[in-house]
Design a protein around this ligand. Structure first.
Ligand code: GSH
Length: 343
């Protein structure tokens, strides 16, 4: 019997949901501990990773359990170990586009998630109550009130970190609605983002959308208004262990028009912000701003996202010359070429 993969997570954590849905699709046995990683790790006498992010995986390394975070490289490690039911398209150029979309899910869609969760009172109130109960449903009312205040205050103070503020709220909302419209068209023709079976980018974007369509009231209402097909994609991707596997042999050139549309959305949101953040990080600035369509985006420098952009460029550098040309043609046609060009 296979030893189950162990992880610590929270149902309200998009990256936890990304990884659990991935493990189910792959039919990899797992054991999830719903809890606060610091506490769980302390009880297990395992050193906490730095920083502690959800989910935390417990991997056996050299005979000892080691706590590790970061879903994107962890998926790549699983793909090596469990090669059946691959979530990486076979065409290297399409696989690169999958990598970019996975990062878009993790690093841009998370701005929708964090913004809607804490910006409006109704949503903050919902999250403040449900989040602590997700860690311990037995809290008494007094404890719940205490944790609600602590959580809500901490997260509302951190909205600035992801770039959610009065100046960017409208832009975030427009971008979210735009992505929903693109998805609605896309899912009329294709069950998943890049083919007939899910790719790792499906799981990343799904993770954020589990919250947007299933946890927070404002984005849930918007999603139901604009894209019932996105709701269905989220609900079913939760457990696709029963889906028959088909190799994803699609070529980048065969990709649907809606994915081109999605990259046009990236070109005015995710791409310029990733680049400006990385420039600010290189120049040692602790905050930055960039003019986006009709809005100025302002946020704190996020070193992790500078690392993500480097990883994207590293992935690109691993392609052969012909595949690089194909990717560049795709990105250029959607105005995203700066993602792989040093500025
Ligand atoms: N890049 C990481 C990001 C994980 C992440 O940011 N998790 C969030 C929760 S969903 C977190 O733990 N944030 C830290 C905090 O809220 O203190 C991954 O892909 O796993």
């Amino acid at each position: 019997m296979q030893i189950p993969v162990k992880l610590i997570g929270n149902v309200a954590s998009p990256y936890t949901r990304k990884m659990i849905a991935y493990l189910r699709y792959k039919r990899i046995p797992y054991e999830v501990i719903w809890g606060q990683p610091e506490e769980v790790l302390k009880n297990m006498n395992i050193e906490a990773p730095k920083p502690v992010l959800l989910p935390v995986f417990l991997f056996e390394r050299e005979g000892q359990l080691k706590a590790e975070c970061d879903s994107t490289p962890i998926i790549r490690e699983f793909e090596e170990k469990y090669s059946a039911r691959s979530v990486l398209p076979n065409d290297p150029a399409l696989n690169f586009i999958n990598y970019v979309l996975e990062d878009f899910g993790d690093e841009w869609c998370t701005k929708y998630m964090f913004h809607y969760r804490w910006y409006f009172q109704e949503d903050a109130d919902n999250a403040g109550t449900i989040l602590p109960l997700g860690i311990n449903s037995n809290l008494n009312d007094e404890e719940l009130k205490f944790f609600k205040d602590v959580f809500a205050k901490r997260q509302i103070d951190r909205l600035w970190v992801v770039g959610s503020n009065d100046d960017t709220a409208e832009f975030i909302d427009k971008s979210y609605r735009n992505v929903l419209k693109i998805f609605e068209n896309h899912f009329k023709l294709s069950p998943f983002l890049l083919g007939n079976t899910p790719s790792s980018c499906d799981f990343a974007i799904y993770g954020q959308f589990t919250q947007l369509v299933g946890f927070d009231p404002t984005p849930r209402r918007i999603a139901h208004e604009i894209s019932p097909r996105t709701i269905a994609w989220v609900n079913t991707l939760d457990d696709r262990g029963g889906l028959d596997f088909q190799e994803n042999n699609n070529r980048l050139e065969d990709i649907s028009e809606s994915i081109h549309e999605l990259f046009k959305e990236l070109s005015i949101s995710y791409v310029p912000t990733m680049i400006e953040n990385s420039n600010a990080h290189r120049q040692g600035k602790d905050q930055w701003e960039v003019a986006l369509k009709d809005n100025t985006w302002k946020q704190k420098t996020f070193p992790y996202q500078a690392k993500c952009l480097n990883w994207i460029r590293e992935e690109f550098s691993l392609l052969n010359h012909g595949d690089k040309e194909r990717v560049l043609a795709f990105l250029t046609s959607n105005n995203c070429q700066s993602l792989i060009e040093e500025s």
